[in-house]
Design a protein around this ligand. Structure first.
Ligand SMILES: [Zn+2]
Length: 113
């Protein structure tokens, strides 16, 4: 399960950060998980429960923000919403585009106590 490795790597980063500031644990964590990142939020939350038991993240409040998918067409430069990675330009139907947002998968904020 992809989500389990996502949770594990988040935990590793959080542990390092807690260590760095000589804190005790994480009070709050904000994740940025784009709609096109391929991460299933339900699976992630399930994996989270398992992974974080007894860790610095066990009692942390989990906040997830989900940026919408957005792309700019390589042909006509139109910026359009992207629901799936294979969507074509809404203006000229070109499949060539640059993804501007929606693929994020990162920790936005950590509050350590
Ligand atoms: Zn276009």
């Amino acid at each position: 399960m992809h989500e389990l490795s996502v949770a594990t790597s988040i935990l590793r980063i959080a542990e390092e950060e807690v260590e760095k500031v000589k804190g005790k644990k994480v009070k709050e964590i904000t994740l940025k998980i784009g709609k096109l990142s391929g991460v299933e939020l339900d699976s992630l939350k399930f994996a989270w429960e398992i992974c974080m038991k007894g860790s610095v993240l066990e009692e942390a409040k989990l906040i997830i923000t989900e940026p919408e998918g957005k792309a700019q067409c390589a042909e006509c430069k139109t910026v359009f919403p992207l629901e799936k990675i294979y969507d074509v330009c809404t203006n000229c139907k070109s499949p060539f585009k640059e993804i501007i947002s929606g693929k994020e998968l990162k920790i936005k904020k950590l509050i350590i106590i």
